[in-house]
Design a protein around this ligand. Structure first.
Ligand SMILES: *Cc1c(COP(=O)(O)O)cnc(C)c1O
Length: 361
């Protein structure tokens, strides 16, 4: 099975080296004779590993001491309700960009907890494809408790590559599908959060990077396990964390450091995406409908000229060892997710397959 490439959007492929290490130490972690899954999260050896994982993440992203780094449960969507309940009052207005399917979910969840969710802007069609409306067109509220957007829309393949400047409200970003994919200036954000299963580790786990000065009075009904202040006070161990996911994420952070950190992996990610977009753009048979300035580096949706061939494409791709290419059920077509763990050889193999597929028709 060594030639298999997994383009799944999430849970997604993890670095092979990390998976091999996890397998080797699965039954005997740290020379203890037991699995990391069988360890108490209060055990000094486990705590040491957990704190090292936090430090490695801080190193990768240059996170300063004025931010909490929280390891939480409930995936990306758990944060859709945690954010408003932690940093907005029930009477608050909050601003959201609506740029795709995940933004839509975040907006509908937030609406349960605050008096007004103002959709400040969204996408528009241009002659060069689908784009995010320029910032001059956004309708911001006065005194919004925060401004939320999704940096990378996993389903739609649309990304806002630079954080908006000059917004008064703290920026809150859902980075579930592009965190750790390129260098990032954390200091521009109030909160960054991400479900783990795209670029970090196993699903059900989430990371929140929260500026300390945003933590004041949470909404009274906020569940304790989602309470940023409480979790920060207890080192993200208010309740039993997902100990295995934390461990595996830690291995991924160390792997990332070995790849030259975010600068190193960022360059490779650019190269991978460029290869695939260039191929799609020169092709008469495949197309991507996103404006070049807003194309995702992580998730590349593409359509076949004749969608009655979709099934055949997927079957033959799987037979060639290329799996997970089916587009999201809401949008159809294909999607190749090129997260950090996808080697460039995977992209090259995909392009060769796509080329042969359309030549044979
Ligand atoms: C996958 C994803 C989520 C949801 O993550 P869950 O862990 O399934 O809750 C949220 N936002 C974005 C951008 C995602 O890609």
């Amino acid at each position: 099975m060594s030639d298999l490439f997994n383009f799944s959007a999430g849970p997604a492929m993890l670095p092979k080296e990390v998976m091999q290490q996890a397998r080797e130490e699965l039954l005997n972690w740290n020379n203890t004779g037991v699995s990391v899954m069988e360890f108490s999260h209060r055990d000094p050896a486990y705590v040491k590993m957990a704190r090292q994982a936090e430090q490695d993440l801080r190193d990768l992203l240059n996170i300063t001491d004025d931010y909490e780094v929280l390891f939480l449960q409930g995936g990306g969507r758990g944060q859709f309700s945690a954010v408003p309940q932690n940093i907005a009052a029930k009477s608050a207005t909050v601003d959201y960009l609506d740029t795709g399917i995940w933004s839509g979910y975040a907006i509908r969840e937030a609406a349960k907890y605050v008096s007004k969710v103002n959709v400040a802007g969204g996408c528009l069609e241009t002659g060069k494809g689908k784009a995010i409306a320029p910032q001059e067109q956004w309708q911001l509220s006065d005194n919004a408790a925060y401004f939320h957007y999704c940096t990378n829309e996993t389903v739609d393949g649309i990304a806002l590559h630079t954080p908006p400047a000059g917004i008064e409200a703290p920026l809150v970003a859902d980075m579930s599908s592009n965190i750790l994919s390129e260098p990032l200036d954390v200091s521009k954000f109030g909160i960054i959060y991400a479900g783990a299963q795209k670029n970090i580790g196993p699903s059900g786990f989430a990371i929140a990077i929260v500026k300390k000065d945003l933590l004041g009075e949470p909404q009274p009904e906020l569940s304790s396990i989602m309470d940023y202040q409480l979790q920060a006070k207890d080192g993200s161990m208010y309740n039993t964390p997902n100990t295995f996911a934390w461990y595996l994420s830690g291995l991924v952070f160390q792997w990332l450091k070995r790849q030259g950190g975010l600068a190193g992996i960022g360059q490779l990610n650019q190269q991978k995406a460029q290869l695939l977009y260039d191929y799609v753009d020169q092709s008469e048979f495949y197309r991507n409908e996103v404006h070049p300035d807003y194309r995702s580096i992580m998730n590349v949706p593409f359509q076949l000229a004749d969608d009655s061939l979709d099934q055949k494409f997927l079957q033959e791709a799987a037979a060639a060892g290329l799996i997970g290419l089916k587009g999201h059920r809401f949008v159809g077509g294909m999607r190749a997710s090129l997260y950090n763990a996808m080697p460039i050889a995977g992209v090259q193999t995909l392009i060769d397959f796509m080329d042969q597929f359309q030549r044979k028709l």
